[in-house]
Design a protein around this ligand. Structure first.
Ligand SMILES: Cc1ncc(COP(=O)(O)O)c(C=O)c1O
Length: 445
């Protein structure tokens, strides 16, 4: 019988259902089982999973409490596409209670839909054209934000779309600035302030690993947006619930006007959310007469709402954050020691449950700093970790995650394996095609 991966390539472009799931060197990966901190493939290989599907399963794969809540929802309600369910009300109340900026909230199925609608309503509210984003931040697949994530060095400072097929006028309406650079923000507002509808950012740019935000930078964004009447959007799709139940805004004390959420909110079930100031949220057409059209057949689906409620309940009631923060810290400290003992230049960054070992010297404040990262070593090290049954996504600059299901023994195994993997990776010379920048736009230029 043909291998499933081969059959997949016959009928699915590239054999996978999302960009960056097909990994050079691992194109035959067929997942057959996932539980806790591990997944298995069709060849019987088992991996300790630090990739974590780009971030959702903070409790671990197939969490039994979340699964039970979903099953229970399936026995009682179903999607009816009219009115509201008790679960949706409870989830909205919970989000309003937990997340400082959220006065009202709407549910979507994905993070991309949440950021799309955040920008739409910002333009609706302000009547303005421009959106500001930051080099290295990812906000989903839609046109306004599909640019300047993992850019090649020569593309930094230019518009660098991650896709073809986007109208140039849409790309031109997005200004791209360097992260953690308040002078660049002040200049942009001085020049274009009257026409800036929104500033959108990952408060911690985790789509390039982990650049920690400087408090002065976040304060400047808040100040300039307030002064110019622009909408400040924190995209907390990764940071929300994972770093704090109230997101990075609860940690930093800087409150945005709108917040987008997803990923860890429902431990892997498809839920996104957009919440914020009531006057902005009331512009959506879920309120009759609201001018900003908002819809989605699956929004607020009872099964995924049940998953979100069960996830948030467990995050509140059990010492999840305490556990993942402790293991995350052990890994960051341990890896820094391993690389130092081998005289390998490395900077281990991260926060809480997130870690990433860059192979470079010096600080990581902005995307420009990350251009010093040795991509060959970064990817090679992770390919070598696979030989130890450890999965950290072997693509340049990707972050790794710890879940509630990971144990101290898993961390011991990672730290022991890291030394061998790093030592061997030092000698590897790789073909980095498809593993070092993001998007396919280059191929068509
Ligand atoms: C910060 C951030 N925002 C938005 C998105 C888009 O979310 P989704 O993939 O659920 O559409 C992602 C996805 O990785 C993300 O990391």
């Amino acid at each position: 019988m043909k291998h499933l991966a081969e059959r997949a390539r016959q009928v699915i472009p590239g054999g996978v259902n999302s960009g960056q799931r097909s990994i050079p060197g691992l194109t035959d990966l067929v997942i057959t089982e996932a539980a806790g901190a591990r997944f298995r493939d069709s060849q019987g290989r088992e991996y300790v999973d630090y990739h974590a599907a780009f971030g959702p399963p903070l409790l671990g794969h197939n969490d039994p409490d979340v699964g039970a809540a979903v099953a229970e929802a399936g026995r009682t309600v179903d999607l009816c596409g009219v009115g509201v369910t008790a679960g949706e009300v409870e989830l909205a109340e919970t989000l309003a209670e937990l997340v400082p900026s959220v006065e009202k909230v709407l549910l979507t199925s994905t993070g991309s839909e949440a950021t799309f609608h955040a920008l739409r309503v910002a333009r609706a509210a302000t009547g303005r054209r421009l959106v500001v984003k930051f080099q290295g931040c990812y906000h989903g697949w839609h046109d306004a934000v599909s640019l300047n994530v993992i850019s090649a060095p020569e593309k930094v400072g230019t518009h660098d779309p991650i896709s073809t097929g986007i109208l140039p006028e849409v790309l031109e309406a997005t200004l791209v600035l360097p992260f953690n650079d308040e002078q660049a923000v002040r200049r942009a507002f001085a020049e274009h302030g009257d026409d800036i509808a929104a500033v959108i950012l990952e408060p911690v740019p985790h789509n390039v690993g982990c650049l920690l935000p400087e408090q002065e930078f976040l304060r400047t964004l808040r100040e300039e947006c307030t002064r110019a009447g622009s909408v400040l959007i924190f995209d907390e799709v990764i940071t929300g619930f994972r770093h704090h139940l109230g997101g990075w805004q609860a940690i930093s004390g800087i409150t945005p006007d709108l917040t987008t959420m997803g990923k860890a909110i429902a431990n892997g079930y498809p839920v996104g959310a957009l919440g914020g100031r009531a006057d902005l949220m009331e512009l959506f057409s879920s309120r009759p007469g609201g001018p900003a059209f908002f819809a989605g057949t699956y929004n607020g689906h009872p099964a995924v709402v049940a998953a979100a409620l069960a996830t948030l309940r467990k995050l509140r009631e059990e010492p999840v954050h305490e556990h993942v923060f402790r293991l995350g810290e052990r890994i960051r400290t341990g890896l820094a020691e391993v690389f130092a003992s081998l005289d390998i230049p490395a900077l281990v960054s991260g926060y809480g449950s997130v870690f990433v070992g860059y192979f470079m010297t010096g600080p990581a404040r902005t995307y420009d700093d990350l251009l010093r990262n040795d991509a060959n070593m970064f990817i090679g090290y992770r390919r070598r970790l696979l030989e130890h049954g450890i999965f950290e996504l072997p693509l340049n600059l990707k972050r790794s995650h710890v879940s509630y299901a990971h144990t101290d023994a898993d961390v011991d195994h990672l730290l022991e394996s890291a030394a061998t993997a790093a030592e061997l990776a030092r000698g590897d010379v790789l073909d980095l095609t498809g593993a070092s920048t993001m998007g396919g736009a280059d191929a068509h230029r």
